[in-house]
Design a binder for this molecule. Structure first.
Ligand code: BGC
Length: 747
């Protein structure tokens, strides 16, 4: 976030009101209760959570044997109104300003969100820090991982889980107990400025990755804060934009990652988004926060607002916002007055505080002692190696004519482009930005690895000089980049700064040209047919050069796949109309409905440049012997169908060890009105040359469901469902069918 723009400071009046004893309506018990203590925290508290000698009889909520819900109930009963309100908003940990009249000592100036401790009751402080690719907010001595889109390109949930663990460890060791991440919105608009922060364009895929990463983060101590809930699909006009989306699309495309975050990831918090959904701001949207999140998805944690995304007091409190971040503009004094004035009931306040406390108990915040601080050095050699491993696992080989890659040890190579050396493009901007402890540039990495005596370099600003450098080498590798950041979308899908001309000039000078894309999302490649090789390396983090050298020389055999479609032209994308993006009159119409990403290319028979799920390897694979069981399902009275098991063989038919991602898509009967086929299961398998492995996948019930907005539930219509299995959304050689029949005894 651009903190200076939207953080408002608490006023002195707020301070006086919140720190004084009863000054309010005489008969309201909610108000009377505050005289019990009236203290938010003492001037010298530092956030220690250790109970101060009290027994469970005095502090029954400290009894770990009780369920978290019960502990939260017991604690809420003991809290004064001041204390409750204090939990419902942040204070300014960035500036360290005194808040509410107390000069309490902040743990340090650093956390982007901070809720002071309440020592009287043993409630720990909440310390919030950004972290999508490493601990953000200008923290020092942390690891810069590749962008999440790179990690997701591995199509390996276990890698995402480890990614979360590394993030979680570093956050926890920095004293953070609420880690702001991951960003899990489906990429609807390829120009979206936060594409690099997310996982891609498929709801099921994003859900699998989200759950894996969240479990990783939360397994290390901090509560994860999955964001941004929901339809946060553009940065243009993001503080006002209205995502106009029908309920079916909302359920089928935009909610599933959040659903998986709850169901499989057990996420503790969500961040509601800046944008509106169907005219109502996300953080005061009863449909989103009450009906969908609580009633349907059964979320039992808390919802905090994105920084500056709260727009009201009573509406937000009544419609489901639990906590305002980063300050108290709406949830401080004004909320207190709203309770006094009867616009917000006391039970609503209790509910919000309960929602915050439950995950704090669930994730052990009351029971563990956290020792690290914002200035701790949390790096390790293991994390450096992990960063490199993710960069390798996330690098996608898109084109490899005449097996130009991997290059031979002795080939003479020229490195061209600013991203190749003088400005390595290792990360995206905004709240994801991380201070890298070091950067290995591609030129450094390639020079270190090359056996050739020299690797000449041209930054590419002078096209003639770049062409000359390229012509003198056997192979020219051009590094191109985009500049992506939160707060703005890319204006178009073109490479900025004349880089298309640079590639064209180098390709004209050397027919063995390889382009490495350090981009956060898709770009157009007017030169695609003129170059021999194309690699998508995304924003690869601190180990950029080592990872790309390993791929270029074949020390690592690429196995990553695109988690989103690369289009051929700007006109041929699902959101090409300005009514769709960036919107007209503040409204972005989701008229493509279910046809997001590859679904649109398939539905409209549009040839992409590179399809969803695509990626090459230095070896080859064959898929065979597909078995799908059962092939007939009787829907049960509630409509559910049961799962379907897929089995097949995968053989490495080439000469190198390598990994392949097996992808299963389901095509619904045309009468269901669904896109042609949709990803419903995937798995990654590593194979030695000549080796065959049997692979199993499960199609869960949702694979055969559509959302019925009239009935407000998922339905499983009878009919013939197609099952396609292959290695990209456009390469599906194996096929079977599953028939769903009328209700009866399933299977
Ligand atoms: C971003 C969030 C981020 C927050 C705090 C906001 O501008 O949208 O993703 O967590 O700032 O930095």
């Amino acid at each position: 976030m651009q903190l200076e723009l939207i953080v408002s400071r608490p006023t002195r009046i707020t301070a006086v009101l919140l720190s004084s004893v009863c000054i309010c309506l005489p008969l309201a018990p909610w108000v009377h209760a505050q005289s019990a203590s009236g203290l938010l925290s003492s001037p010298t508290q530092t956030g220690s959570t250790k109970p101060t000698g009290q027994s469970f009889a005095e502090r029954p909520w400290m009894d770990k044997s009780l369920p978290s819900e019960r502990r939260a109930d017991l604690l809420v009963q003991q809290m004064t109104p001041d204390e409750k309100i204090a939990m419902m908003h942040g204070v300014n940990a960035m500036t360290g300003d005194p808040v509410h009249g107390y000069d309490f000592v902040l743990p340090s100036k650093g956390y982007v969100g901070y809720v002071p401790p309440i020592r009287r009751l043993g409630i720990p402080a909440l310390t919030l820090a950004d972290g999508r690719a490493g601990v953000g907010n200008k923290a020092k001595d942390v690891t810069l991982l590749p962008a999440p889109i790179a990690a997701a390109s591995s199509w390996d949930p276990s890698l995402l889980n480890e990614f979360g663990r590394v993030l979680g460890q570093e956050q926890w060791s920095k004293g953070t107990n609420v880690a702001l991440g991951p960003s899990i919105d489906v990429v609807r608009v390829p120009e979206w400025g936060r594409t690099f922060e997310s996982y891609g364009e498929d709801p099921y895929f994003n859900g699998v990755m989200a759950a894996a990463e969240i479990k990783g983060i939360q397994g290390e101590g901090p509560i994860a804060d999955a964001n941004m809930y929901v339809t946060m699909n553009q940065e243009s006009d993001r503080y006002r934009a209205d995502s106009v989306v029908d309920e079916r699309t909302l359920h089928e495309i935009y909610l599933p990652p959040f659903e998986a975050a709850v169901r499989d990831g057990h996420v503790g918090t969500f961040m509601c988004a800046y944008v509106k959904t169907n005219s109502i701001y996300s953080c005061e949207n009863a449909n989103l926060l009450h009906h969908l999140l609580r009633d349907q998805l059964k979320f039992d944690g808390w919802v905090m607002s994105d920084w500056g995304a709260t727009h009201s007091t009573a509406d937000s409190a009544k419609n489901g916002l639990d906590q305002q971040m980063p300050d108290d503009t709406f949830f401080g004094e004004t909320l207190k007055n709203a309770v006094k004035g009867g616009q917000v009931s006391e039970s609503i306040i209790d509910e919000h505080v309960h929602n915050i406390l439950v995950p704090m108990f669930q994730h052990g915040l009351f029971d563990k002692t956290q020792t690290g601080t914002w200035t701790s050095n949390v790096r390790s050699p293991e994390h450096d190696s992990f960063s490199r491993m993710v960069a390798e696992q996330g690098t996608i080989l898109l084109k490899n004519d005449q097996a130009i890659l991997p290059v031979s040890d002795h080939a003479s190579i020229a490195v061209i482009g600013e991203a190749g050396s003088t400005k390595p493009k290792i990360e995206g901007g905004g709240s994801s930005a991380v201070i890298a402890p070091y950067v290995i540039s591609p030129l450094d990495g390639i020079r270190k690895r090359a056996r050739a005596s020299q690797v000449p370099y041209a930054d590419g600003k002078d096209l003639a000089a770049a062409s000359k450098t390229a012509a003198a080498a056997q192979i020219a590798i051009v590094f191109v980049h985009t500049n992506e950041t939160e707060g703005e979308d890319r204006p178009d899908l073109e490479l900025p700064e004349n880089q298309d001309q640079l590639v064209a000039a180098v390709a004209a000078a050397n027919k063995h040209t390889i382009v490495v894309l350090d981009t956060g999302g898709p770009v157009l490649m007017p030169w695609a047919t003129d170059v021999a090789g194309i690699i998508e390396a995304w924003y690869p983090g601190q180990e950029d050069g080592n990872a790309i050298a390993a791929v270029v020389y074949g020390d690592f055999n690429p196995s990553a796949k695109l988690p989103l479609t690369f289009p051929k032209s700007a006109a041929e994308i699902p959101t090409a109309q300005k009514e769709q993006w960036p919107g007209v009159g503040g409204r972005s119409l989701y008229t493509e409905r279910l046809n997001v990403g590859y679904r649109w290319y398939d539905a409209t028979h549009t040839e992409p440049l590179f399809p969803f799920g695509f990626g090459l390897s230095y070896t080859t694979f064959q898929l065979s012997h597909l078995v799908v069981e059962p092939t007939e399902l009787k829907s049960k009275p509630g409509g559910e169908t049961g799962n379907v098991l897929i089995k097949l063989d995968v053989t490495n038919t080439g000469k190198r060890m390598g990994g392949e991602v097996v992808q299963a898509y389901v095509g619904q009967p045309p009468s269901n009105g669904e896109p042609p086929h949709q990803l419903r299961a995937f798995t990654k398998v590593e194979l030695h040359p000549g080796e065959t492995k049997s692979v199993s996948l499960v199609l869960d019930e949702r694979s055969f469901a559509t959302f019925d907005p009239g009935a407000d539930r998922w339905i499983f219509p009878d009919g013939e469902y197609e099952v396609f299995v292959g290695t990209s959304s456009r390469d599906l050689p194996l096929h079977s069918r599953v028939v769903i029949g009328p209700p009866g005894n399933a299977q």
